[in-house]
Design a binder for this molecule. Structure first.
Ligand code: PHE
Length: 359
């Protein structure tokens, strides 16, 4: 390699190493490899070189060109990483600031969302009756959501559920769970009886108007033990409803109904006044939840011997009982994250539900 080329290479590599940002690096590239760059000029001058020296000169020029291109690329990675680090440092946000103290009515704070509050209350009340909280996935297999619950393919209950399906896996389409009942199945498969769980969680149905949201919440209850009978179901739900609504003599009515996964099945109504909306008086009935004795087929589907174990299950809509308890007239603001609504209906995070004071 001739001296001029060696010098050009050394000079260029030094300039590349000194380029601290993408723009400086680009300036070096243009000065050497650009249209009127120094190396480009030497390449153009190749035609003027004596034919016997041309081959060697051409090879040397190309070698220097490749070396410079490689150095440019390596340095580009370095300066880009450095630029990203600088940007991250400049845009750094301290998310570890302590929260401002809660001062009701003074600051812009909201409160515990009514749905979350109801879930806390359910957990407190059923917790006192010996229930644990169980959870399951929102995307559920067809078998957990329907089949194991004695809802076979083509059963009309499937249509009632306005199911959201997701793309098929192994020929079966998973669903967004249409109720919390699949967690009954998961619990019975994973745990040996006796079982006592509640399952608060999100559920989904393709339904959207003033009183229905495509995403809503339910709480499931499941009790499996020896010698469990309808009396236990009734006592448990009457106690719960009276404690939850804070009305010691709240009328509760059990009405025969049908669910594929319970037998017998009962819809549960509470007393209210259709005219004033007041709970506990007025002589009208309001349907509030579904319940029943767990169907022997469902127990068998989960490997539990129905001759040895019995149980009851129930499911209710969390939005519904929350609206009734607090006199909230419209479902839609539940999901609108409006701080004014939350400040009005939200609960004080510093006074969680307690059995002593009532939930
Ligand atoms: N899963 C039922 C529904 O969503 C409610 C239910 C649960 C009924 C458990 C009986 C027993 O409508």
């Amino acid at each position: 390699m001739t001296d001029d080329l060696a010098a050009l290479r050394a000079e260029t590599e030094a300039a590349i190493a000194a380029a601290a940002d993408p723009r400086a690096l680009d300036a070096v590239r243009v000065a050497v490899l650009g249209k009127s760059g120094s190396l480009t000029a030497l390449l153009k001058g190749l035609g003027a070189v004596a034919p016997e020296a041309r081959k060697e000169r051409g090879a040397a020029l190309n070698q220097v060109k490749s070396a410079i291109e490689a150095a440019l690329e390596a340095q580009r990675a370095v300066v880009e990483a450095r630029a990203l680090d600088a940007r991250l440092a400049a845009e750094r946000m301290d998310v570890s600031l302590p929260p401002r103290p809660f001062a009701p009515g003074t600051a812009a704070e909201g409160g515990i969302h009514p749905i979350a509050r109801t879930m806390e209350e359910l957990t407190t009340l059923f917790g006192a009756m010996g229930f644990k909280v169980a959870e399951g996935p929102d995307i559920e297999s067809d078998w957990h959501n329907f089949g194991a619950l004695n809802i076979p393919d083509h059963h009309p209950a499937r249509q009632d559920h306005d199911t959201f399906y997701v793309p098929a896996v192994d020929g079966r389409r998973p669903v967004l769970r249409t109720h919390t009942s699949p967690v009954q199945i998961r619990t019975m498969l994973n745990e040996a009886p006796p079982i006592r769980v509640i399952v608060p969680g999100r559920t989904y149905r393709a339904d959207h108007d003033a009183t229905h949201s495509p995403m809503f919440h339910q709480v499931e209850g499941l009790v499996i033990d020896r010698n469990i009978h309808l009396g236990h179901l009734k006592g448990c739900l009457i106690d719960f409803l009276r404690a939850f609504f804070g009305i010691a003599d709240l009328p509760v009515r059990f009405r025969a109904s049908y669910f594929p996964f319970t037998e017998p099945s009962m819809e549960v109504d509470i007393g209210w006044s259709r005219k004033t909306g007041e709970l506990g008086k007025g002589g009208d009935w309001l349907e509030i939840l579904g319940s029943g004795m767990v169907h022997p087929k469902v127990l068998a589907n989960c490997g539990i011997d129905p001759r040895e174990w019995q149980g009851f299950a129930f499911g209710m809509g969390i939005e519904r009982i929350t609206m009734l308890k607090h006199g909230i007239p419209d479902l839609r603001p539940f999901y609108e994250a409006d701080i004014r609504w939350l400040r009005h209906y939200g609960a004080d995070p510093l006074s969680p539900p307690s059995l002593v004071e009532g939930v």
